[in-house]
Design a protein around this ligand. Structure first.
Ligand SMILES: *Cc1c(COP(=O)(O)O)cnc(C)c1O
Length: 355
């Protein structure tokens, strides 16, 4: 074989790829590590799958996913030209980073937050400004966030945030939208589980992009569907940068069925929120320190603040949660809200550890 030599851009050789949460093959594990929904997707999704005409697969899908995007627009009370669909909201983020980041166009993100953002920035060779959340105040945003973000071309606010699970006052978000000289990207992956959301800001501010995913609240992480809503000119720009056929034909059909079934969504959300408060209660009884959650997971520090030890013990007992090494995050576990039985199993193992 010809001797290997790297022809990669030096950035690619230097960067680390995104490290996704583990997807173990063992089915009997209690899997509370990647914020999937413990309940199945809407029955209408199965209906759409069963009625799908597979002979159509020889054709290309609709490149603009028009029928799906119209459904998204309807559900969110916006016009069709304010919507773009993506192969997961990670695809929306990819388009966004292509559009608004470059070596001379920095991105500002919270810290800690979703670890994909710096990876996408690295691909663009864009500088990253990290804005530290206040770990002594439930990971609130710092008051000088606008000063810290000054010079960034885009500011990403994950609301509710991951992995911390908390939200930020909407008035602060509105103020940032109004005063920040750049794009404000609000990642609302978990907004369905929260008390409020920022979707209406897209009518007030032409620099706001709101993104959503079907992976958590709609229980469709395996399908890969997310979307963004923004001013029509922003959407027009993102459309230039997306992969031409980013939404496959099956996903377009199934995603539309899911998004149209708002009643099923509301039923699932109520169940998850009830389980969230029950799980929070149990963790508090075990003297965990909890960050108030507006999402479908709980960021909680065990009594000895040793996240690594708890993570390992749980894993040895077939319960997987997420652990993020680091001086601050390493004190915590991120625990996805599971079914009652899964949550009970987690609590039983934790009782064994802290007995
Ligand atoms: C899960 C998640 C996403 C990605 O969602 P996909 O639609 O599955 O790509 C984006 N942002 C945050 C904050 C998430 O937690």
């Amino acid at each position: 074989m010809k001797e290997y030599k790297s022809y990669f851009r030096s950035t690619v050789d230097a960067m680390a790829g995104y490290a996704p949460g583990e997807q173990p093959k063992m089915l009997d594990l209690v899997k509370l590590n990647t914020n999937e929904n413990p309940f199945p997707p809407a029955p209408s999704v199965l209906g759409a799958l069963e009625s799908f005409d597979s002979s159509m697969l020889r054709r290309y899908p609709d490149p603009m996913a028009d029928s799906l995007c119209s459904a998204i627009a309807e559900v969110n009370n916006v016009t069709r030209n304010m919507v773009v669909a993506g192969n997961g909201s990670d695809d929306i983020l990819t388009m966004t980073f292509r559009a608004f980041t470059a070596p001379d166009k920095p991105v500002a993100v919270l810290e800690p937050t979703y670890s994909l953002y710096p990876v996408l920035a690295a691909m663009q060779e864009a500088p990253v400004i990290k804005i530290k959340l206040d770990e002594n105040n439930n990971f609130a945003m710092p008051e000088d966030i606008l000063d810290q973000a000054a010079g960034a071309n885009i500011l990403i606010i994950t609301r509710p945030n991951a992995p911390t699970g908390n939200s930020f006052p909407k008035e602060n978000i509105r103020k940032i939208a109004s005063e920040f000289d750049g794009i404000l990207f609000i990642d609302e992956a978990y907004a369905d589980f929260a008390d409020d959301n920022c979707m209406d800001l897209v009518h007030e501010f032409s620099n706001v992009i709101v993104s959503r995913t079907s992976s958590k609240s709609l229980a469709l992480a395996g399908l890969r569907f997310g979307y963004a809503v923004a001013h029509p000119t922003i959407i027009e720009g993102l459309n230039k940068l997306k992969d031409s056929y980013n939404m496959d034909m099956i996903t377009q059909k199934l995603a539309e069925a899911a998004i149209r079934d708002q009643e099923y969504l509301q039923t699932t959300l109520a169940k998850v929120k009830k389980l969230r408060s029950e799980l929070a209660c149990e963790l508090e009884k075990l003297n965990f320190t909890l960050i108030p959650s507006q999402s479908n997971f709980i960021f909680a520090a065990p009594p000895d603040k040793d996240g690594a030890r708890a993570f390992k013990f749980l894993r040895d007992h077939a319960v997987i949660v997420r652990y993020f090494p680091g001086e601050v995050t390493g004190q915590y576990l991120r625990i996805t809200v599971g079914t009652a039985a899964q949550n009970q199993r987690l609590i039983t193992v934790l009782k064994e550890l802290y007995k």
